[in-house]
Structure formats: C-alpha cells, structure tokens
Design a protein around this ligand. Structure first.
Ligand SMILES: [Zn+2]
Length: 293
C-alpha cells in the first residue's frame, strides 16, 4: 500500500485554519491524507465578534471557549490538531501603537519559538507544510510570527545539528504560503454578486484596494476545492465567538463562489522535489517521490 500523504498547516489562532486553506484540507482528508493543524496561540486576546455571544460570561471564559470551538472545528474538518501553547499577542490598536504585552508569542525569540514546532514536525513527519506569507497575510503580529517560526522550523527540522534533543530529523518536502485574499479573487466574488443581481459585501474592499499590495502574481498553485466550501463554512461557524453567522463572511451564496473562484491558492516557497509550475496539487512531485521509494 502507498504511504499516506501528510499535510501540516501552521496557523496563528484558533479560527485561522477555518478561513485560510480549510477547503483544501477537507479535500485532502477526503482523499485519504493525514492532516495536522498546528495552532501557535490560544487566541486568548481575541475579541468576541459575534454580537449574539458578546456577553460578560463569554468574555470571562474566552480561552476555554476557544479551545472548545477549536475541537468542534477540528471534528468538522476531519483533521488532527495540536497547540504550540504560546500566548496571543493581540492586535495592537492606536496611534502610536501600544507595546506588545509581555510574554506574548510575537515577542518570543524565533529560535526558541521554533523549537516546539520542530518537535512536532519530527513526530508527524509532514510531506507538505503551509503557513502565511512574510507579512502574515494580514499584519497581525502573531501571523507574522507564525511565518517566521514556520520557515525556521521547516529549515531546522531536517538538520541533525539543529535541536538534536527534539527528535529524529525529518525534512518536509514542500512549504507553501496561503494566498487567500488576492485582488483577482475578491474582484471575481464581487462581480459574481453583481452579475446575479445581488449587493456585494466587497464594495468597500474594492473601493480602497489601491492602498493594499496585491500578491496575486505570486500564486503558483491553485487547488480545486469548491465541493468542500460548505465544510469550510461549517468549520468557521464552529468558532462561534469569532464569526457572526449573519455577517460578512456568509453573504456570498455557494453557487456564486463555486462559479467565481473554485480554488484555494498558494505560493510554493520551498521544494526539495520536482514539480513544474503552475500546479493544482500541494502534493505534486511528492506522490512521484514516494512512488520511487
Ligand atoms: Zn489569526
């Protein structure tokens, strides 16, 4: 029997896994791969973004509630999940920005913070890893740190000289950045809504897009996963404190999404196997590598 394919997706907070690459993970699970979500922080400093749950008892128990929400989302996606155990840095707001809270994830030295992830890589032995781009996908300090730690761990895990106390070396074969919010995708969804006579929730994004850098030209890999968009949405709704079920994220009907943009997109940033670009499979080249034994 062929060796099972293994995918590790590293995320900053509980809920990020359900909004970035979730349908891709659900598809690979359905196809028999083993998928491990790694969550760097507990999301302790997140807000309550669902008006129906904006209550004192929810705010008081937010860390515990977010763990339970993550368990529910994990079950929906059919993935395994592990916590790295770092403390949420929060999203600093104000001018000037306040300093980050002592002891938070983003203030950890990268070399130290990468250790627990190196250990997990050596235990789980992923063929493919995903994380965020160098700017975090969006500029939350924990998302930027998630990128740094993932890249450092990807590079160290296969090196017998690095972290020798953390297990047998294992070199993942490919590393990807999630490319979820590109201009072309948002525009396609926006136009899909207008073309079907609906109001677009993206109007404001489109109006101020010129201020934002667009990374669409960095996409190397488009994974067809529209059949799993409903699973993605169910997983996202499981993070009940973090999304308003009547809000922004759920306003684009499934048929519009499926038609406008049926893929999730990634940038291949490291590879030890041959896989001609562009690709449509995170395991391109890995399957062939495994077949050769
Ligand atoms: Zn996050």
């Amino acid at each position: 029997m062929a060796e099972q394919l293994r995918l590790m997706a590293v995320h900053a907070h509980p809920d990020d896994e359900s909004s970035k690459g979730a349908a891709t993970m659900a598809r690979y699970v359905a196809e028999g791969a083993q998928v491990l979500v790694v969550t760097c922080t507990g999301g302790e400093r997140g807000s309550v973004l669902n008006p129906k749950l904006d209550r004192p008892d929810v705010w008081e128990n937010i860390a515990e509630i977010r763990r339970a929400e993550m368990d529910a989302a994990r079950a929906v996606l059919g993935v395994e999940q592990a916590w790295l155990g770092f403390v949420d840095s929060g999203l600093p707001e104000g001018d000037p920005l306040p300093p980050l809270p002592e002891g938070c994830f983003a203030l950890e030295p990268v070399e130290r913070a990468a250790g627990p992830l190196v250990r997990l890589i050596r235990q789980f032995r992923p063929h493919v890893m995903t994380t965020y781009d160098e700017e975090g996908g969006y500029p939350h300090p924990d998302h930027i740190m998630c990128n740094r730690v993932s890249v450092a761990a990807f590079e160290a895990a296969g090196d017998p000289q690095a972290y020798p106390e953390l297990g047998e070396p294992w070199q993942p074969l490919k590393l990807y950045y999630c490319m979820s919010f590109t201009r072309a995708r948002i525009l396609a969804l926006h136009e899909g809504m207008l073309a079907t006579g609906r109001e677009s929730p993206y109007q404001e994004w489109m109006d101020r897009w010129d201020d934002r850098p667009d990374k669409g030209d960095r996409i190397t890999t488009r994974v067809e996963c529209a059949d799993y968009f409903p699973v993605r949405d169910d997983a996202l709704r499981a993070h009940a404190t973090q999304v308003d079920p009547d809000g922004f994220w759920f306003q684009v009907p499934m048929e519009v999404q499926r038609h406008a943009w049926p893929t999730e997109d990634f940038e291949l940033v490291r590879s030890t196997v041959e896989s001609p670009l562009p690709e449509s499979d995170l395991f391109a080249g890995v399957r062939e590598w495994l077949d050769r034994g």
